[in-house]
Write a protein that binds this ligand. Sequence first.
Ligand code: ZN
Length: 364
Amino acid sequence: MHKRYERQSLLPEIGNEGQLHLEKSRVLMVGAGGLASPALLYLASAGIGHIGIVDGDRVSESNLQRQVLFHTSQVGKLKTECAKENLLRLNPNIHIELYSEFLSAENAIKIFSEYDLILDGTDNFETKYLINDAAYKTGKPVIFASVTAMDGQIALFHPTHSGPCYRCLYPSQKNSRIQNCNEAGVMGSVVGIMGSMQVTEAIKFLLSFKRESLLVSLENFMITLDARDMTFFKRTILKNKDCGLCSRSSHDVQLERPSFLCEMNFAEVTHETLQKDPCKYRLIDVREPHEWRLNHIESSENFPLSQIQSTETIDATLLKSKDPILLYCKTGNRAKTAASLLFQRGLKNLSLLKGGIESTQEHI
Ligand SMILES: [Zn+2]
């Protein structure tokens, strides 16, 4: 028996056989944020042998209040790479596969097919629907969770196992009341509770091969938490016979492309750094043409945000760009939106000028 796992292997529900099974298991975490922080730590420490992490975002300072997997020194770095570094420091005996991109209709099936179980650690509805639909198409179970303010939800969906799916509960986004991303505040420790519950259910699910097991899966149930008075409520979720997804054959399901993803965090370059090596970047000003004509940074090109938003494709010269692209606007907000849109369309190596053109004003 591996000393590291001794205390959990002693549990009759796990035992040596169960522990060896966990070490052979493959679990995918979609989103490396607040839910994933405790979830990944507990998956790694329990010795789940193969862990996949999907996220294209970078660590930002405002993440640290709840994304306790990351350190202050990792702000600006890719979440996937920081997570791997920290998790392998905790347990070097496991294998971690990184997908440093956002889950999309194009990559979901291929990634999901590599895993036994999917954990949802995302914070927006469109990706939750995509996870649900891709999991149904690949026959994989999903442990969903979400947290808003001091309210949490968790459920295990396995529709190919005759259970309900996320769309049985929330048929479409119009029916779901929970806000996206940054619209509402959130208490970090409540996210921690829900992420820890996801791993507890994940381990129970992985151990369900044991015939004599007394563990009861969360399949067909949802647990809600109101942390204001610490009330947990467990309710049954029924399969909807007319569900837009799981009443159909999985072969007929077409994945929808999320039209909205939460704004991402990008590496920021200060004006001082830019001045030291002005030729290193291709400078793109995303303000409108009338603003660009008034003033702009020398050698910058004008690709207005309104133009980026109104077209589905990326300008061919941007796609072919060999230099890293540095985007700026007046203070930084439009550049961030533009970078998110360009990233979603496949452009990598993007960074933002910290503070926008206002940070350079005295130099123009
Ligand atoms: Zn359904």
